[in-house]
Design a protein around this ligand. Structure first.
Ligand code: HEM
Length: 432
């Protein structure tokens, strides 16, 4: 998704022809221009797809987005939370089974045990592992050659979720690709034959990986990793079924893999575009905390989430009817001029920064602590080991209506004196 800034051309703000479902709109159109227009003139917009699929609402202001995400009694997650190629009027097979597709109190039964593995203490225990992974990812980029940071970053979360879920190392490359296929099913570099078969293939393979992993575990002693916890959990007094375990493995893996890499890529891009801000975080490590939050706001990798109204409700001057699908756009909320001073200015010292890149309310990202740790370690290593970042080609965006991110980001990094290159983990990112 293009991270554009004003002034926007009037042509970029014409709502009439926009297809909010089309992944290409987010790579070729100018969503930030459109969202700015919608926030000002039609903050709760009704969109009817031209291909007969179910209409839905498009909510763009920070206050309205937050209200929808917080109020689960009126805006339910039970019918699914993502726009995708499947018709919204179809039943959601994960409804009430997969944590993101549940409402409280059932949601808490799935979330509380998983939360215990995500406590700050549990997350902090991962620090040295993740720092090592970050170093390995950066090392091949420091030899002065052109390096595709986006490709290397796509593998980055696998290295910590893969270990936290106890998944065999030899499956990580494929799992990383499969998770990208689920959200970029019509991107030519990820599509296999056609969009729907791509989505089906990705789901089929991911679920067989999880099924094999579950079969491999000893049910009496399934281990302390995330799959082990799911194997020990119960829902309304009954152990989770294999399907429920697989769905929740899927949501954890997807949650990490399709978001975190794009903040990593945005870090490199933002530092190339704002060398003064890069200098500031190199010289003042105390700025790196606010810088990381600004990078989350700036990139907002999870672009939208969905809810379904359970009752008639007024929002932004419009009446949403019971049963209507409602999409909320986090990338727009995070540029809302009502909340952020100069929202289109990238400012590593921004404070306050009330971004909602991790959402808000009961479904607030369960992996936020882990993601923050990983991103902070990346920022530290990047600031300490890289002297200068230059773009060595055009960034290429991932075609997706769900994720704002990159599939290629060619950069040339100048190492800081004393950082020796070496090779390993992210050789995948090296451009031949
Ligand atoms: C920069 C990285 C990340 C971003 C921007 C992000 C964003 C989000 C957002 C906006 C939500 C709220 C969804 C909703 O309201 O329906 C969410 C939920 C979730 N995230 Fe993340 N996420 C990130 C990293 C992670 C990681 C590392 C994991 C796994 C370890 C993860 C797993 C999940 C799960 C399972 C949920 C559902 C929580 C629930 O339903 O209670 N995410 N994430």
């Amino acid at each position: 998704m293009r991270l554009s800034t004003p002034p926007f051309a009037p042509a970029d703000t014409d709502v009439t022809d926009v297809d909010f479902l089309a992944s290409t709109y987010y790579t070729e159109g100018d969503p930030h221009a459109l969202w700015t227009h919608l926030r000002a003139h039609e903050p709760v917009h009704h969109f009817t797809p031209s291909d007969g699929r179910e209409p839905f609402w498009v909510v763009t202001r920070h206050a309205d987005v937050s209200r929808v995400l917080k109020d689960h009694s009126v805006f339910s997650s039970r019918r699914g939370t993502m726009l995708c190629i499947i018709d919204l009027s179809m039943p959601d097979i994960a409804s009430d089974q997969m944590m993101p597709d549940t409402d409280p109190p059932r949601h808490g039964q799935l979330r509380d045990p998983l939360n215990r593995v995500m406590t700050p203490r549990a997350v902090a225990a991962q620090e040295e592992t993740i720092r090592g992974i970050v170093r390995e990812m950066l090392e091949p980029a420091l030899d002065g050659e052109v390096f595709d940071l986006a490709q290397a970053a796509l593998m980055f979360p696998m290295a910590f979720t893969g270990s936290m879920m106890g998944l065999p190392r030899e499956t990580w490359d494929r799992m990383s690709r499969l998770t990208t296929m689920t959200i970029a099913y019509d991107d030519p570099e990820y599509m296999e034959k056609a969009p729907k078969p791509t989505l089906r293939q990705a789901h089929h393979e991911l679920f067989s990986f999880f099924s094999d992993e579950i079969a491999r575990r000893d049910r009496t002693d399934p281990g302390d990793d995330l799959i082990g916890i799911l194997l020990r959990m119960s829902l309304e007094g009954e152990p989770l079924t294999e399907r429920q375990i697989m769905l929740n493995c899927y949501s954890l893996l997807l949650g990490a893999n399709v978001t975190t890499p794009h903040v990593v890529s945005t870090t490199a891009l933002a530092m190339a575009e704002h060398p003064d801000q890069f200098r500031a975080i190199q010289e003042n490590p105390q700025l790196r905390g606010t810088a990381m939050e600004e990078l989350l706001r700036w990139s907002s990798p999870a672009s939208h989430f969905m809810r379904y109204a359970t009752a008639d409700v007024e929002l932004g001057g419009r009446t949403i009817r019971a049963g209507d699908p409602v999409s909320v756009w986090l990338g727009s909320a995070n540029r809302d001029e009502r909340v952020f001073k100069d929202p289109f200015t990238f400012d590593v010292a921004r404070r306050p920064n009330r971004h909602i890149a991790f959402g808000v309310g009961p479904h607030y990202c369960i992996g936020s602590g882990l993601a923050r740790l990983a991103l902070r370690l990346f920022l530290d290593e990047f600031a300490e080991r890289v002297e200068k970042v230059e773009l060595a080609g055009e960034p290429v965006h991932l075609a997706s209506n769900f994720v704002a991110g990159f599939k290629h980001l060619p950069v040339r990094l100048t190492p800081r004196a004393g950082t020796a290159p070496a090779r390993s983990f992210a050789a995948a990112g090296a451009v031949a």
